[in-house]
Design a binder for this molecule. Sequence first.
Ligand code: HEM
Length: 156
Amino acid sequence: MHLLTFFQWLSHSSLGQFMQKSVWAFAVAETVHLIALASLGGALLVIHLSFLFAWKRTEPQKLASGLLPIVLISLIGMVMTGVLMVSEEALKCYYSPAFRAKMAALVISIVLYFTITAIQKSTSSIQTPWWVRAGAAISLLSWLSVGLAGRAIGLL
Ligand code: HEM
């Protein structure tokens, strides 16, 4: 199935029709999107800062595993509300360079984040190697770009 056909199908689907006809559904979805963004952003920021500055008191790995449920639940919330919003403006998103950049940055961010936490888990030393810290810096910038691209969808 070509990507355009999928976006057209989503737009004409009963979900798309409901989102397009409702006066409040998009606003509710975007509000939940932003609430999930706040919890995801908060958890990721703390974890990345602990990797970057190699906090001794709170081992980064313990922090990352402790906050994993929040990261996963928030991500699922972002994807679910994201799909709801896309169904309301499917063709706008399909032709939006900001939306495409966001989806690409999101995939890169998720792969990068889980790779870094897996590597840190496998290293026995309590010290965070410099390249994991460098990876954490790139990962943080990558997540930031997802948010910026998300904001740009509505602006462009
Ligand atoms: C962690 C991942 C994500 C982050 C950090 C993120 C961030 C954002 C931000 C900051 C906005 C702008 C909100 C505003 O202007 O008030 C936004 C809007 C949006 N996001 Fe996301 N988002 C994420 C995941 C997703 C996913 C997975 C989808 C689609 C499946 C998606 C689809 C959208 C759409 C359609 C909008 C509305 C754009 C508009 O205003 O027309 N987002 N997102």
